[in-house]
Design a protein around this ligand. Structure first.
Ligand code: NAD
Ligand code: TDX
Length: 339
């Protein structure tokens, strides 16, 4: 059996990845380590400890707590580490960058160090397209481009990527990096564009569109990203970064109108609000490398994925109500109250 540590397994991508691994890789045992910040929710994994009592366990803890991480690694002897734990929301990083540095940079270095000391065979750092910065109307990001991050979030992710590189070069440690475009699907916290807009529309609340709504993102269904992470863990080459994308570039306004139309809600709910500072104009991924080297391509079309996703949020009222209670309301007021 292969013992895998998934950090951030109670978040959006992490919880989809834990499910994906347990149901598709019978020889992988999973330990999910998560601090349970506002973005981490045990309900995202409800029932898994009963369905997989021998193959799944959860540990609450902080990746930036070196003493705790070293003790966990010494006890568990992981074969593979998939690092998804992070502060992940650009707007929050603009409001308060500090925690992005401690979790995303220092936390990654602490995990790398514990992995090196405890002879972890393969480390996969889950990075993002945002490390490359912003594109104009033409072109796509390729792995050979220099990083040029523009937000405190993306700068913290780029810094973590550099630390991974340093461990490969300096200590001959086996590590790879994935850089994926915007994910969507079930269990995404409704601070991010798609779930926020679906839930606001379902309550006939205004849909806050930053700037003119013409910024472009390349959308990928979360399950496709999960398959790619496993492919990189199994077959990726140490020291390499692999781009993933959905081949589905959309302007934000196009997605928002599509959501409203599919829910039979009027476009008058759209409210153009003050732009995000340093708002990246366009992301688009060239994923030729992972396609040629590891045989990965995205499988879910945007049309199918967005339909499933809207349906999921509308059918999971209980989950939506629970993640939007408490501090979410303060966040919403701070972020959108006077915009
Ligand atoms: P998320 O915010 O939904 O989940 C992050 C998880 O990490 C949460 O469960 C949280 O509790 C946990 N966490 C935060 N700080 C921690 C700490 N100090 N110790 C342990 N756990 C901690 O994020 P997500 O959207 O699922 O993103 C997961 C990863 O994928 C991140 O590294 C992110 O940068 C990357 N990524 C996300 C996207 C996207 O579109 N969402 C795209 C590309 C890459
Ligand atoms: O209320 C909003 N209105 C709006 O117009 C929000 C929340 C977003 N937007 C715009 C900003 C972006 O152009 O929608 C686009 C998508 O925004 P987010 O969902 O915040 O995602 P983004 O900033 O593109 O970053 C995402 O993709 C890369 C994830 O949050 C990151 O974790 C990932 O690394």
């Amino acid at each position: 059996m292969v013992k895998v540590l998934i950090t951030g397994g109670c978040g959006f991508i992490g919880s989809n990845l834990v499910r994906h691994v347990l149901s598709n890789h019978a020889d992988w045992n999973v330990v999910n380590l998560d601090l349970l910040t506002y973005a981490g929710n045990l309900e995202n994994l409800a029932g898994l400890d009963k369905d997989y009592p021998k193959r799944y366990s959860f540990v609450r803890g902080d990746i930036s707590d070196a003493k705790f991480i070293n003790a966990l690694f010494a006890k568990e002897k992981f074969n593979i580490v998939l690092n998804l734990a992070a502060e992940s929301h650009v707007d929050r990083s603009i409001e308060d960058p500090g925690v992005f540095l401690s979790t995303n940079i220092l936390g990654t270095q602490i995990l790398l160090d514990a992995s090196l000391k405890n002879k972890v065979e393969r480390f996969v750092q889950i990075s993002t397209d945002e490390v490359y910065g912003s594109l104009g109307k033409e072109g796509r990001f390729v792995e050979t481009m220099n990083m040029a991050p523009n937000s405190p979030y993306s700068a913290s992710k780029a810094s973590a990527d550099l630390m991974v590189r340093a461990y490969v070069k300096t200590y001959n440690f086996d590590a790879t990096i994935t850089r994926c475009s915007n994910n969507y699907g079930p269990y995404q916290f409704p601070e991010k564009l798609i779930p926020l807009m679906v839930l606001n529309a379902s309550e006939d609340k205004e849909l806050p569109v930053y700037g003119d709504g013409k910024n472009v993102r390349d959308w990928i269904y979360v399950e496709d990203h999960c398959r790619g992470i496993v492919a990189v863990a199994q077959k990726g080459k140490s020291g390499e970064a692999y781009n993933m994308g959905g081949d589905a570039e959309k302007e934000n306004i196009e997605i928002i109108k599509l959501i409203l139309d599919s829910m039979n809600k009027p476009h008058s709910l759209i409210k153009f609000v003050k732009d995000r500072p340093g708002h990246d104009f366009r992301y688009a991924m060239d994923f030729t490398k992972i396609k040629n080297d590891l045989g990965w391509t995205p499988q879910t079309t945007f049309e199918k994925g967005i339909k499933n996703t809207i349906k999921w949020y509308l059918e999971n009222n209980q989950w939506c109500a629970s993640v939007r209670s408490g501090t979410y309301k303060d966040y919403y007021q701070r972020m959108y109250g006077n915009r």
